[in-house]
Design a protein. Sequence first.
Lengths: 315, 374
Amino acid sequence: MVKTIAFILLRLIATLLAVTFLTFAMVALLPGDPVDTILGTGPRPPGIEEQIRADLHLDDPFLVRYVNWLGDAVTGDLGSSYITDQPVADTISQRLPVTAQLAFMSIFISVLVAIPVGVMGAYKQSKWQDSVSSAGVQVALSIPNFIFGIFLIWLFAVKLGWLPASNWNRLSDGVVPNLKTSILPAFALALGQMAVFSRLIRSDMISTLQENYILSARAKGLSDRYILFRHALRPSSLSLMTIIGISFGALLGGTVVIETLFAIPGLGFSLINAINGRDILLIQGITVFIAVMFVIINTVVDLLYAVLDPRIRRS
Amino acid sequence: MENEIRVGRVPARHEVEGEALLVVDDLRTSFAVAAGSVKAVDGVSFELYRGHTMGVVGESGSGKTVLSRSVMGLNTSANATTTGSVLYAGDQMIGKSSKEKKILWGAEMAMVFQDPMTSLNPVVTIGRQLTEHVRYHLDMGKKEANEVAVALLQSVHIPEAEKRLDNYPHQMSGGMRQRVCIAIALACGPRMLFADEPTTALDVTVQHQILNLLAEQQRDRAMAMILVTHDLGVVAGRTDDIMVMYAGKAVEKAPTGELFAHLRHPYTQGLLWSIPKVTQAKHTRLNAIPGRPPNLIDPPSGCKFAPRCAYAQDICRVEEPTLRSIDTPDHVFACHFPVGTPEGEEAFARNVASDYPPALAAVGKLRASEEVVG
């Protein structure tokens, strides 16, 4: 166990070094001068440009800046935004709960829909139920999530008037107001995922149903539903676990479009603003944070394999 | 300890005798494939009495596994068709919906499968696999079912039974797993047990134990049992009757003693010869039957065994023999030139004289087996 944890930590550190270095390098290569961004286009007092450069160590060589930043980051200081002067760590801690909640909800919705659909597709393989769900999956995959988001806004906010079209109520404002603003974007994000998840369960399930132990379960006279959900589902959900982990990580940084569409103050929203404004430290901070989350989530997925399959557990 | 466990009903002795539990008539199962229709079971009939054991013997591909699954009604692949009649305790199985069959499966009739390494679910505890159908069929609570499970594990001689309930299959050896599979099959007290090559995947030493266990349980519970195997040696001392299958058909059927005393079908003879003997010299060639089982999509006309048979004559390649008997009515076989009859001897001699390869091969085997005996 100690060895496993040490290995996980080592992998985490290596990944983070690579990620921070690469993002630092890429941001440095971006055209545009941060000083121009900070000062805007108005008249500049003489000498201020040089002062900013000195304050922010912009004239230091790339590697020196990277090492300095890394040293601060280890102590939890991710620097402050050039533009708003707000500490990057504060921005992240404000924005993260919003995006994490969206990601979690959309994964939850996807899995909730994908399991019955995928299991039925496998159980009724090549029958009409399977054809219908396959067609549904094709449609779901070919609709971009922001188009689906616009449709949801049109239907539930404009036509039916049940839910607000945009904005965000924090969880601290109450669960119901929060759900009212989060359910539509979560669904918009879930559409493509549920299609992928259900296909994955279906194909894994089809091969599981060929297993001898399924035949022996049938020979015991157990009901089909019991066999599907209590015998076949668990061995058929290992690749789903992997994809859930990856999707979760991807959602943390990839909800930009939906956050913009629904005017949600999430991490993606901040990231896109930071990129537009060349707010290097903010870009850096958010990227690193997402990378950390990604690695942590994948570690959790690795541990969950053992929950699903006792053969992976070490006694 | 072993005798304490009595799950479900066990028939009294008077119930056991004299009544056919299973009457199978002209059972046919075919699988539709791209190239045509595979007739895996092609018109098999037999009766099985309560408390009796029948051995079904044949090479791989002779249809014995499909036969036992067809009797149970367990062939559910979309391309399988089963016709004929299977009367279980007077109840017609063919045409029952799977919902109706599920009432019998596990409770009345149960199956032990060939490979214990794959027939237990790797992610489900032994305890749940032992109790889930007991709870379902016998409507038992969890605690009660667990007690039954422990008793069952003890009855199949698994040490530390209580601890095993929380184990997963991968924590047990192959022999242990097959014991668990047998316990699962026995759990609801079935009257009919199908054992489909239950020892093929096991070590030789373990095979013997498992066969003894099956025999012991079958006797104690007065179950009817169908023991499917490719090894005549396995069924020799453990069955009341034997049915030899070839290319989906029963080619010889007899009470076990009668079959070994007067085997009639050249295929049965071939199977018997192919059992290696300890007394044989080292590095003796195995006496395999030459050739392979026929293609079941487009089988040869006439007797399906003719191309591999040492006794085959021209008529065998044209006219398919039907089951008949000579002097003992319960010993039937499908052969024009049966072993141990004047016609058979004559046909064999003629084939040897004309250098017919299967006959020459048989001469060698005959000599070898005689040397061993002598």
